[in-house]
Design a protein around this ligand. Structure first.
Ligand code: GUN
Ligand code: ZN
Length: 443
């Protein structure tokens, strides 16, 4: 690789893509100048990393003679979507009916997760799951495996083979669940530590310590999981909190000394940067203050919350207290792998809560918002120089209706809004991970 006088690195791995290019530098809820938009844009990728994003007219002259420019004119290139909360073992039970979270867990979730002691089954589901994510334009996810270490090996093996930037972890669960899914306080944490040593930062794989939720861990397991999180501060931590009122009441019964459900996690040292809390519907102001102080992040899961009838996430209160926000599907509680469909649900959830979610904010939450919530800005989530080249190509002509609606949009906000409200996996024409094409929509 050589560096030209202009500072561009010339190498055999150089690729360029011509399309409209959009990415975020800031959260549009708090900054007037939050994004870069290049209607006739060029994205230049060098050896799997971003070299430049800008106007075609300005950038194309900097390309060495003979560089292939892939022509996606008429389409939009945006950073790959980031889904900060999803359960791969629940793929086969998506859209299973139940009157609320706790019966849904008992009836469908636990029996389905039981099968993941079988590495072959786990591998087959992991392959389908990753295909589905890439078809939907999701290039990074924070993934729950099951209580079985084999389920984690199966997942990371598939993710590593595709060179995806994924976060995953073994579920910790040593009470209030069927015997066949139960680990022990010591055994669960020992297995987690072995998986950290095996997978954390191996290629693009990252480990998340994963207590399922406080009601299924004993105090001894919570204590040991908190110690593990302190021993490995650059691992992630993921769990559920304040999703459903029955669950909140249950947590209160099990941890009567805690000020709130979130306070249980706080007590065990689990509020920290790189911790991701699913749902966060029934938090109070004190909880939100602790989330913000500790840089713990919210994974809001609108399709799941509407499906299970869990409640409405309060955007206004979260923003008033500067809590890190991200968007997630929560499949199989969530009803779609598509982050576009998830935006659709988030928009409606905001409206029902009396607030308004602009399209720019939805796209921010699904890209840079996710990266910031994971402390991964600069690595994924936008097109700054040297970021990993995970990006997707969105097609405003994907369906007859979307094509018709897009023709009548007068602004970027309207176009993004149409994509968010009418889009799904069909809207994703191509997905690239680390500069490599990993999904192309069939013609
Ligand atoms: N709380 C504890 N486990 C789960 C789960 O698998 N899905 C959801 N939505 N909530 C949970
Ligand atoms: Zn979940």
């Amino acid at each position: 690789m050589t560096t030209s006088p202009s500072g561009n690195r010339h190498d055999a791995g150089l690729q360029a893509y011509r399309a409209s290019v959009l990415h975020f530098k800031q959260d549009p809820a708090f900054h007037a100048q939050s994004y870069d938009w290049h209607e006739d844009g060029l994205l230049i990728v060098s050896n799997g990393r971003i070299e430049a994003a800008g106007d075609y007219a300005q950038l194309h002259a900097s390309l060495p003679a003979g560089t292939e420019v892939i022509d996606y004119r008429g389409k939009l290139i945006v950073p790959g979507f980031i889904d900060t909360h999803i359960h791969y073992p629940q793929t086969d039970m998506i859209a299973s009916p139940a009157p609320g979270l706790l019966p849904w867990l008992e009836t469908y979730t636990f029996p389905t997760e039981r099968q993941f002691s079988d590495p072959e089954h786990a591998g087959e589901v992991a392959r389908f799951f990753l295909d589905e994510l890439l078809r939907s334009g999701t290039t990074t996810a924070m993934v729950y495996c099951t209580v079985h270490p084999e389920s984690v090996d199966a997942f990371f093996t598939e993710s590593e083979a595709r060179n995806l930037r994924m976060v995953a972890g073994k579920v910790l669960m040593d009470r209030n669940c069927p015997e066949f899914l139960r680990d022990t306080a010591e055994g669960g944490v020992r297995d987690s530590e072995a998986l950290i040593k095996k997978w954390h930062k191996r290629g693009r794989q990252l480990y998340a310590i994963t207590p399922r939720f406080a009601p299924t861990s004993t105090e001894a397991q919570m204590q040991l999981a908190g110690e593990l999180a302190r021993a490995y501060p650059d691992t992630f931590l993921q769990t559920h909190v304040a999703e459903n009122t029955d669950e909140v009441a249950w947590a209160k019964e099990l941890f009567p000394w805690a000020r709130s459900y979130l306070d249980v996690y706080d007590h065990y040292g689990m509020l920290r940067p790189r911790s991701m809390y699913g749902h966060c519907i029934w938090l109070d102001d004190g909880d939100r203050a602790r989330m913000a102080e500790t840089q713990s992040a919210v994974a809001m899961c609108p399709t799941s919350n509407l499906f299970l009838g869990s409640g409405l996430f309060d955007f206004e209160k979260a923003d008033a207290q500067n809590v890190l926000l991200s968007l997630a599907t929560d499949v199989g509680g969530g009803t779609s792998f598509s982050m576009l469909r998830t935006m659709n649900a988030a928009y409606k959830m905001a409206r029902l809560g009396g607030t308004y979610l602009p399209a720019l904010r939805m796209f921010y939450l699904a890209t840079l918002g996710g990266a910031r919530s994971m402390q991964q800005e600069g690595t994924i989530g936008n097109f700054v120089r040297d970021a990993e080249a995970d990006f997707i190509v969105l097609d405003p002509q994907a369906t007859p209706l979307l094509a018709r609606r897009s023709k009548h949009t007068d602004s970027l906000d309207e176009l993004l809004f149409a994509l968010a409200l009418l889009g799904d996996d069909r809207t994703v024409a191509a997905t690239y991970a680390a500069g490599k094409l990993v999904h192309q929509r069939p013609a």
